[in-house]
Write a protein of this length. Structure first.
Length: 445
């Protein structure tokens, strides 16, 4: 399960710029105006060989002067409450001001792990003056320039040193974990009860009743699985304040923690943009996925083919996902959910011999060569499966920058055509081969 790290601070101290610097892409809107970032932005990123979920937050005003400011304050406080670690950003150019002290007091009261980043340090004088932030009582202020990338490595080392150790309860160890996710009010809690055979969670027609992610252990034959019921993910801009946002963070945590995500959709609303948005979260996290179309008792039974065609068109990126049509209310198709999810879990456990993977990939490259990139062309020297759950494949190549997304998709499809991996995402890593590795294949790099 990825640790959750939130970047907080008052408006216009460079939080979004730091978020983009760590994430390695311009994901957050960065504009030199206070309060530009209204909603949080999420990204699963690698930080010095650690996978984390990074959250960019709006500017925190201890005493908001507007309704928008009050909403942002609730959002940020929800992020802080659920985070494992906080990066508190202050502005070295402005120096220590009262608002920074008030935010620091709030962080200390919550007892969270905090890394203090003094941003916008461009000169030696600013570096020296950043020492005044010791007065906040949050440890050493690390001088950085998010815009120029200075001091970022030291900051990330401090972050990694404070990350919590991974933990898993004895009850959960070795058991397949299935997260039931989706928009609010699509019937997730009722579905848990139908699968478990008893009323384990609160069921209420009001959207958003389930605020936390709750676990239910279910026995299926001689196997036990952990069902994780979550709050719904709302559309961006509606996941705004207080408990709703708290539920969103919990849902992301559940997706990170599970092996297979059961994406519940409402048959009466067909496929919404938010359904594809949630599917994107699951795909990015490299989880198994089963599409569960709930409330099928209220739909036209002859529309099944249309629904499948719509999934194929709008969710091409999860073409490997099985689709189930169920009704949590009547029990229609519910008995198929756990068996199909376990099939996806079993597919995630496959670990194939290196020579088998290498042979298939070399045959695939020979039958369909990578397209040229200017005067260069991608060369694949060796391929192997490094790990499972998720199935992870490493390709040693002459230059990872030459890998086009369409060719990566081609290689993934060849792996699926040969070995299955039905219902689960695959992770493909392309690494630059050493000179020794490339020579061993008889190809000059």
């Amino acid at each position: 399960m990825n640790p959750i790290i939130s970047i907080v601070g008052r408006p216009n101290v460079g939080k979004s710029t730091l978020f983009n610097r760590i994430a390695g892409a311009p994901i957050a809107i960065v504009e030199d105006l206070p309060g530009t970032t209204r909603d949080r932005i999420f990204a699963d990123v690698g930080v010095l060989d650690h996978e984390v979920t990074l959250i960019d937050t709006g500017g925190l005003e201890p005493v908001p002067g507007s309704e928008m400011g009050r909403k942002v304050k609730k959002q940020v406080e929800a992020a802080i409450a659920e985070s494992d670690l906080i990066i508190f950003v202050v502005d070295a150019r402005d120096g220590l001001i009262a608002a920074d002290s008030e935010i620091a007091d709030q962080l200390r009261r919550l007892g969270k792990q905090v890394v203090l980043a003094a941003n916008k340090v461009e000169t030696e004088k600013q570096r020296s003056s950043s020492a005044e932030f010791y007065q906040l009582g949050l440890g050493e202020p690390l001088p950085i320039s998010a815009h120029h990338g200075r001091g970022i490595h030291d900051l990330l080392e401090a972050v990694v040193a404070r990350l919590p150790a991974p933990s898993e309860t004895v009850e959960e160890a070795g058991k397949p974990k299935l997260a039931i996710v989706g928009r609010p009010n699509v019937g997730k809690s009722l579905l848990v009860n139908a699968v478990a055979g008893s009323d384990r969670t609160i069921v209420d027609p009001t959207a958003g009743t389930t605020r936390d992610a709750t676990d239910t252990v279910v026995k299926h034959g001689d196997r036990e699985v952990v069902l994780i019921d979550t709050a719904g993910i709302r559309k961006r801009g509606k996941a705004g304040v207080g408990l709703e946002y708290y539920g969103l963070v919990r849902t992301l945590r559940a997706i990170n923690r599970c092996d297979v995500a059961l994406l519940v959709m409402d048959a009466t609303e067909f496929i919404t943009a938010q359904d594809t948005h949630v599917a994107g979260y699951i795909k990015e996290a490299c989880k198994g996925i089963v599409l569960v179309v709930n409330k099928w008792d209220l739909a036209d039974p002859d529309s099944r083919d249309d629904y499948v065609a719509a999934v194929d068109k709008r969710m091409k990126f999860i073409a490997h996902a099985p689709i189930l049509f169920v009704s949590a209310l009547t029990g229609l198709g519910v008995k198929n959910i756990i068996p199909v999810a376990l099939e996806a879990w079993d597919e995630r456990q496959k670990l194939l011999p290196d020579d088998v993977i290498d042979g298939l990939v070399k045959e695939a490259v020979a039958s369909h060569a990578p397209p040229p990139h200017g005067t260069k062309r991608l060369e694949v020297y060796r391929a192997y499966q490094g790990s499972n759950n998720p199935p992870t494949f490493t390709f040693l190549v002459n230059d990872p920058l030459l890998v086009h997304f369409s060719y990566e998709r081609y290689l993934e499809n060849r792996l699926r055509q040969t070995f299955g991996f039905y219902g689960t995402s695959l992770k493909l890593n392309f690494k630059k081969a050493s000179r020794k590795s490339s020579k061993a294949t008889g190809v000059n790099s």
